[in-house]
Design a protein around this ligand. Sequence first.
Ligand SMILES: [Zn+2]
Length: 294
Amino acid sequence: MIPLDVFGSESIAVDLLQQVRWRDGVTCPRCRSDRTVRNGSYREFQRYLCKNCDRTFNDKTGTIFAHSKIALRRWLFSTYAFLRFNTSFRQLQYEIEVTHKTIHRRIERSGEALDAPSLDLVGPVEIDEVYVSAGKKGRERDQPSRSRGLSTRGRGLYDGDKPPVFILADRGTGQRYVIPAKAADESTIRLLLADRQEEPLTVYTDVFRAYEPLEADDAFTREYVVHGDGEYADEEVHVNTCESHASLTRRWLSPHRGISKDKLTQYLRAFQLRRELYRKPGRDALKHAIRATL
Ligand SMILES: [Zn+2]
């Protein structure tokens, strides 16, 4: 159920932030001391005094919500609508009456606060890449792609406007990872597959040349599918999970036109977060999202 009470009342929104942020007790954001006492209030937020460093702070000091004139409940609604329903910032500006640029900045900042996914691969692992449209902000999407004809077989380059994004599906753990890269080359692939519990790690790929060196390496058992060769899915050797996850990724990115390449990571981490909270009830999902940005 959508936690409407949180979006309708600033004090309930603040209460939710307190529950998540101070779940292990109030600590000073500057010196980490837990020798803190309540010290008045700042709007709906509780203020505290740190008896160790003698500084004051409040519930949102040092969070992504700090230094914003916009009510916390509006930010929580934006975060929720963005992660849950993939609402565009242009649409959100009419819901919370804040310009889409302001929303953009704040939500991208929360994306920056998200941790990189930690891969702990068990395998078999499907790995594949997609090339998403991203470019300098403001560039018209309808312009012809600069990478067209640049590389063989449609493989993009970061320097073009279709940076490679790797999709990994670990069948051993059920985890999916979506990670943008500068290049689709051997060293990137080795880096992505470096955190593994199993050796040799079974890896399923397509015939892309950059995966070939894995075959000569004892740390991997590589098997590949030849698309369009009547061998699309050879029983368990396929990258279909990656392909369906890639189409979800494209859908996730599509309302947010003109994402610049350097911001792509944040949007993809938000996509990872969306998946983590997908099955959680509304209030738990929102708490999870807040916790992830702290
Ligand atoms: Zn302190």
